[in-house]
Design a protein around this ligand. Sequence first.
Ligand SMILES: Nc1ncnc2c1ncn2[C@@H]1O[C@H](COP(=O)(O)OP(=O)(O)OP(=O)(O)O)[C@@H](O)[C@H]1O
Length: 261
Amino acid sequence: MQTEEGKSLVIDRLDKQFSVASDVVQALSEVSLVARPGEFISIVGASGCGKSTLLRIVAGLETATAGEVRLGERPIRNPGLERGMVFQEARLLPWMTVWDNIAFGCRAETPNAERRELVEQHLELVGLKGFEKAYPHQLSGGMQQRVSIARALMNRPEVLLLDEPFGALDAMTRITMQQEVLRIWETERTTMILVTHDIDEAIYLGDRVVVMSSRPGTIRRVVPVPLPRPRDRSAYEFVQIRKEIYAEFFEDVQRPFAYAI
Ligand SMILES: Nc1ncnc2c1ncn2[C@@H]1O[C@H](COP(=O)(O)OP(=O)(O)OP(=O)(O)O)[C@@H](O)[C@H]1O
């Protein structure tokens, strides 16, 4: 459980360049952001603006060319158990049951009794009680994503990174999963950083929506969402925020070469 003593996630003037053949792609430039403990931040932006690169650097899966990421005072340079990650595809081990896939997220040194207790808690948290013996191919896409969320939460990470986690799901399942993530966030109060292409999803979930621009990837605007939860997508204030974000988004998309090739 995250508390007031939780640590802020500090993204401090990140630059990231990739070399592609003889060219250099400036994927991120001077990206700075502070996520307060327990905050829910959504990130939107045109394809290729560096959202996944940013999340991968925070996860420690990619190194920055310049700048740094800190959790509290501690610089992040490698993957660590205090940061969990959920990807667009659930990435479950097909030969393992739901139970074993969730248990797989647990620290190796965790005693068996504690591991069992944790798996039970997390099955309950993601609403999969009764499915512990099922294999991934016996589950719907939404259920598979629940398993991957449970697995990512097993070590009580301080930060959960969600990279388009519902991108492969149909519209109805997506809405259900948004409600589920909201419930989990309200229970756990883990700091969450969500990358999404869905502006409604970003507003529905986020305390703030970060709008990124492309070429190079920078933060164009940070839009606060001061609406009580659960949010009504058809409420006047929600629609106004959506309009505001669309305006930023499309101004960026309409720039020549804004999209990655
Ligand atoms: N490993 C890599 N090698 C070379 N270039 C890369 C690499 N990863 C990302 N890039 C480039 O960096 C830029 C940002 O990519 P990134 O995947 O972070 O964007 P994104 O905003 O997440 O895109 P999408 O929304 O389409 O997933 C793109 O121009 C991409 O081609």
